[in-house]
Write a protein that binds this ligand. Structure first.
Ligand code: AMP
Length: 162
């Protein structure tokens, strides 16, 4: 049996309910996934919502995982954890409030363009609320499409916002 462990990075967000408890619980659920370890977790940061209507501020975080799952298996597991927190993707607006949002950002140096699975996450490089926590735990991780580090991407976002 050959096991291929991959370092993966995910983003977590919540803007409904007890956000801190939801993120903490989601991380515990991820740590219980088969053949998966949570290597590090960023601080939880408070961010302003991007999207329509009045909605509460987000609590966002990033985590580094080491897993023997493949990218599709890991995303399926993350979506199941989202659903366990009562998120119903079919009923909510794309950018609406949510109890738990989990995104697969990076899966080693893998590039995937499949229906339902795009890796690296297609919007990660333009989102400060993803890059800031990610840069705090994985500054040297490289985006395999853009060929630049997370620290460099985070710097670009910061300069663009000034
Ligand atoms: P969103 O509402 O933006 O969180 O969209 C989530 C949907 O995008 C899920 O149903 C996934 O099937 C799909 N998806 C594709 N690639 C990814 C990814 N890298 N991370 C999370 N969701 C993804």
């Amino acid at each position: 049996v050959t096991c291929v462990s991959t370092t993966a990075h995910i983003a977590l967000g919540s803007n409904l309910g007890d956000r801190r408890a939801i993120l903490t619980d989601a991380l515990a659920q991820i740590a219980r996934l088969p053949a998966t370890a949570v290597v590090s977790v960023s601080a939880f940061i408070e961010t302003k919502p991007v999207g329509p209507g009045p909605q509460g501020d987000y609590l966002n975080a990033a985590a580094e995982l080491l897993t023997d799952l493949n990218a599709a298996e890991l995303l399926a597991a993350l979506l199941a954890i989202e659903r366990s927190h009562g998120r119903d993707r079919a009923r909510e607006q794309r950018w609406g409030a949510r109890r738990l949002d989990l995104d697969l950002l990076l899966f080693g140096d893998v590039v995937i363009d499949a229906p339902g699975l795009t890796v690296p996450h297609p919007r990660m490089h333009e989102r400060a609320f993803v890059l800031e926590p990610l840069a705090s735990i994985a500054p040297n991780a490289v985006h395999p499409r853009l060929g630049i580090s997370v620290a460099a991407m985070a710097g670009v976002v910061v300069h663009a916002a000034v």
